[in-house]
Design a protein. Structure first.
Length: 362
């Protein structure tokens, strides 16, 4: 890739340079280490951007609204307690009437009235009939804040919301989602909002077809995953949903919450506690490793990418799969890759020039 130096302003020899602003650490030995700040403990960090992706119609907007209401009402959000405080919600896909209907279901669920949400500081606005863009590229391809962004930043400074929910990225990001630089610049703008608010920003997004098939839940450049400090992915199976915390820079990774749709809201699936889910996942992981060992002994190696050599699909067809389907084995594969128990190496049965990457124990 060729660097376009004309994008940068050249320094002249006569121009005095300001010294770098190094951090003064002289008092750190006698100063307590600052506590980590969370909007939702171990799930959504404060002062950072969280990406929340899910297929259209899966229910992520409802789950986001439930999180917003949990902040202002000081209520539980699927087994966690969000920091109490006001919220700003920017909706770009739903009209005022639709937001009215959805919040009505949440009020019924929590047994509260709209006045309770107002008193707690729920601030919503809809951009369905207007321009909700927050960042657009200039002539040089750099992402710049819009008038709407500056209005939102001013509101964040005034209200100091614990949570800013933005639904969705396609409606507020005017750049190219596969341009790493533009993605990082836009996330930096959102991070500025989170810092100004002393809270969190959660950006909703739709995954690409590749992101759905691979189970990553991403769309466009991997810079989305790399630039945010927390990422959530929602998958659906009938009335059931799985909320998976795909990335957590500052807390535990891989937490899953299973919920089900009921009367306009999502509630935890009473049939599975966190402990039971951990046991279920552990059994699936063990089954995956047993199949990996079995096929390795037979000198048969399989990969992690969907196709004719996709390990979860091929193994689900084996009698030793213990009834696990390809999707469950695929989820086990992702967990095992994440924690480093398995890895990808060139196929040892092929010539180096023709070898594709296959799964082996780490």
């Amino acid at each position: 890739m060729t660097m376009r130096w004309d994008k940068f302003e050249a320094e002249t020899p006569e121009e005095p340079l300001e010294p770098l602003n190094f951090i003064d650490m002289s008092f750190w030995d006698i100063t307590p280490v600052p506590a980590r700040q969370w909007a939702v403990r171990d799930r959504v960090p404060a002062h950072q951007v969280t990406l929340f992706s899910g297929e259209g119609g899966s229910g992520k907007s409802i789950i986001e609204l439930q999180l917003a209401c949990a902040h202002v009402l000081e209520r539980d959000w699927f087994g966690s307690m969000p920091e109490p405080g006001p919220v700003i919600y920017q909706g770009c896909e739903d009209t005022r009437d639709e937001l009215h209907r959805r919040v009505a279901s949440i009020c019924e669920h929590y047994k509260v009235q709209y006045s309770d949400l107002i008193r707690g500081g729920l601030n919503m606005f809809s951009c369905v009939e207007g321009d909700g863009m927050l960042g657009v590229p200039n002539r040089g391809g750099q992402i710049e804040p819009t008038r709407m962004y500056n209005r939102l930043l001013e509101a964040a400074n005034d209200i100091k919301p614990k949570h800013i929910g933005i639904d969705t990225s396609a409606d507020v990001f005017g750049g190219n989602e596969i341009d790493r630089g533009q993605v990082r610049q836009f996330v930096s703008l959102l991070r500025k909002l989170a810092i100004a608010a002393n809270g969190s920003v959660v950006l909703l997004s739709h995954p690409s077809l590749t992101g759905i098939n691979s189970g990553t839940g991403l769309s466009g450049s991997t810079a989305w995953h790399n630039s945010v400090r927390s990422r959530i992915y929602l998958t659906s199976d009938g009335d059931m949903r799985t909320i998976e915390f795909k990335k957590n820079q500052y807390g535990p990774l891989g937490e899953r919450v299973v919920v089900r749709y009921d009367n306009g809201v999502f509630i935890p699936d009473g049939g599975k506690t966190d402990v039971e889910l951990a046991i279920i996942n552990k059994l699936a992981d063990d089954a995956f490793l047993e199949l990996l060992d079995l096929t390795a002994q037979q000198q048969r190696f399989f990969g992690s990418k969907p196709g004719t050599n996709y390990a979860p699909k091929r193994w689900a067809e084996m009698p030793q799969a213990k009834g696990y389907n390809a999707r469950t084995l695929g989820q086990a594969m992702e967990r095992l890759l994440t924690v480093g128990k398995i890895k990808l190496v060139p196929d040892p049965t092929k010539k180096p020039s023709k070898a594709s990457l296959v799964l082996v124990r780490a």
